[in-house]
Ligand binder design. Structure first.
Ligand code: HEC
Length: 141
């Protein structure tokens, strides 16, 4: 029955687009939450910047242990590609366009910012830095 196939097709498409829009709502909500944090930390906070976020992602520094490190060390220079941990475990792409599950769970986002900012910068990231980074990852087409 052709009509049944068409109905099934439309239902599937609707389901997929609803799911995708829920996911992007979740990451928008996380950006809002980070903006609240940023405003609390700095009354001069204006907005997040994807290009500043890209700079954070690409800045290499020498860690106090003598090793060169950046976010790219594990996430690679291309956020659309898979990365690798030091133990050679695969890290899924960071770009939200490729991996829509990124930046949808605030607890996960905060946990990894804490860990990775400490790893790379030897300090935690500011709310501004976190928001810039997420905005960059959400802006990649
Ligand atoms: C030593 C390896 C390593 C480095 C360096 C690293 N990361 Fe990560 N990052 C990981 C791993 C492992 C995960 C968790 C696995 C996953 O989410 O796929 C992760 C996940 C994240 C997440 C969670 C995203 C989500 O799914 O919500 C954020 C945010 C993040 N990293 C930010 C950064 C930033 C910012 C830097 C640079 C300052 C950085 N990472 C550098 C290994 C690294």
């Amino acid at each position: 029955m052709r009509i049944l196939k068409i109905i099934k097709f439309i239902t599937t498409i609707t389901f997929i687009s609803l799911t995708l829009s829920q996911i992007s709502e979740a990451s928008e909500a996380i950006l809002k939450e980070l903006a609240k944090e940023a405003r609390t930390a700095d009354i001069k906070f204006v907005q997040f910047s994807a290009s500043t976020g890209e700079k954070l992602f690409r800045t290499e520094r020498i860690h106090s242990n003598g090793e060169k490190i950046s976010c790219m060390t594990c996430h690679t220079a291309d956020p659309k590609k898979e990365g690798l941990t030091r133990a050679n475990k695969v890290i899924k792409p960071m770009a939200a366009s490729i991996n829509p599950n990124r930046f949808t769970d605030m607890e996960k986002v905060q946990k990894w910012f804490k860990r990775n900012c400490n790893d790379v910068q030897e300090r935690i990231c500011t709310p501004q830095e976190k928001g810039d980074f997420v905005k960059y990852m959400m802006s990649i087409k």
